[in-house]
Design a protein around this ligand. Structure first.
Ligand SMILES: *Cc1c(COP(=O)(O)O)cnc(C)c1O
Length: 416
């Protein structure tokens, strides 16, 4: 019964893979043999364009050209040049995105900057289920700005926004919940915040590179996101900051480093912010990582965010359907409806950590999130429908055989 069902699922998956408009894109990635990689929402896979680009940055641009590369290779302009490339993937017209720092740091700049755009308003709203750094940083930004944080789940945010009214300075929400993969309505929340005269900051860590975001069309004010997840920029890749054009002239961010200065090489004694999104910069960027991200983004060439989203939904939908067909009856933490989920599928299990470890031992790499989440992320550019079905079969086998109870799967490393 199961064997026949699996054959059928695999045959359907093969058909979907050969018909996919992204079929040729997996070839742009280097993936190890025998691995089904479902952790692209934590560290994206390696695009084949990256090693040669990094070798060039190191051996030629740095090794031979030395300091001249700041001008000759336009290292100076790389943060906004790569920012515009990221902007294309998140619906931002050029000149509004800078690649810089980490998501944590950009969120700090964005929230403090937002409170300064709305002086006199004393409330910041955020999601209690946010990624922890977002909570910690929001608290720290609010402390500096002298405003109060209210933690309200996105389900109840509309009421909280109305209640805060003209006291709302900024609402700071993730478009996708990092744990459950639930997708929140960017347009509806943004409109509600604007109706009371506040600003919204979106965290796009789990949406940039996986789906359409439409920052400009959705009238978002600020946004931040990660370079190393679905953008595949590599470990520790710099993050990005978006500030809508209409706010740029007044955007007053708190980390006034010299790379955000209007005339940094005058080496003057006081700060004068650069025009445009350049003022989002702080200090000297990690150029090897930044230029690795630039090379990584070539994996998106010829693809629209809508194509990427269609593939993501198709592959995650295939995985959910395969779990059903194979009789895996774990509760889904992720909504089944297409328009309510991002590019991951999360399952709940009391021994989630051990289940994830057992899957990794089988070559199915996902991750565990507290308290009971098996989190499987589907990088739409390189995870196939066949991978989705095979992964579902591994989940079934690990559960049915109770393989996860083996003692070696209980041991935790420093990073889960
Ligand atoms: C991954 C992630 C981060 C990571 O922040 P860093 O500063 O890069 O460590 C922040 N927020 C969310 C929602 C994330 O998913």
């Amino acid at each position: 019964m199961t064997a026949a069902a699996l054959d059928h699922l695999l045959a359907d998956a093969a058909e979907l893979d050969s018909a996919s408009s992204l079929a040729h894109v997996r070839e742009r990635f280097r993936l190890p043999e025998g691995v089904i990689y479902l952790d692209g929402n934590s560290l994206g896979a390696l695009p084949k364009a990256v090693p040669a680009a990094v070798a060039d940055v190191v051996t030629r641009q740095w090794g031979e050209q030395l300091i001249r590369s700041w001008n000759d290779e336009d290292w100076w302009g790389a943060q906004t040049r790569v920012g515009d490339q990221v902007g294309r993937l998140v619906g931002a017209a050029p000149g509004q995105v800078v690649v810089t720092d980490s998501t944590s740091i950009n969120l700090f700049k964005a929230i403090v900057g937002a409170t300064r755009l709305r002086p006199g308003r004393r409330i910041v709203l955020t999601d209690p289920d946010s990624f922890p750094t977002d909570l910690y940083i929001t608290d720290a930004a609010a402390r500096l700005a002298g405003v109060e944080v209210r933690r309200v789940h996105p389900d109840e945010a509309l009421a909280a926004i109305a209640e805060a009214g003209d006291e709302l300075a900024v609402a700071s929400y993730s478009q996708i919940d990092y744990r459950t993969g639930e997708k929140w309505d960017l347009v509806a929340l943004t409109e509600a915040v604007h109706a009371v005269g506040g600003l919204i900051c979106w965290d796009l860590c789990h949406s940039a590179g996986a789906m359409e975001v439409d920052l400009d069309a959705g009238q978002a004010d600020l946004a931040v996101g990660c370079g190393y997840k679905y953008l595949n920029g590599g470990p520790g890749a710099p993050a990005f900051l978006y500030v809508a054009e209409r706010h740029l002239a007044d955007f007053d961010q708190p980390l006034t480093g010299w790379h955000g200065h209007a005339r940094p090489f005058e080496m003057g004694p006081s700060y004068d912010p650069a025009p445009g999104i350049t003022r989002g910069r702080v200090g000297t960027p990690p150029l090897i990582s930044l230029l690795a991200l630039e090379a990584a983004l070539t994996a998106f060439e010829g693809l629209s965010p809508a194509d990427v989203r269609a593939q993501s939904l198709s592959v995650t939908g295939t995985f959910i359907a395969a779990l059903d067909t194979l009789g895996v009856d774990l509760p889904l933490a992720t909504p089944r409806e297409d328009d309510r989920r991002g590019s991951q599928v999360s399952l709940r299990h009391p021994e989630a950590f051990a289940v994830v470890s057992a899957l990794i031992a089988r070559g199915v790499i996902g991750d565990f999130r507290e308290p009971d989440i098996i989190r499987l992320g589907f990088g739409p550019l390189y995870v196939t429908h066949a991978d989705a079905v095979n992964a579902a079969e591994h989940v079934r086998a690990v559960l049915d055989s109770r393989e996860f109870e083996r003692p070696e799967f209980a041991e935790r490393g420093a990073v889960t």
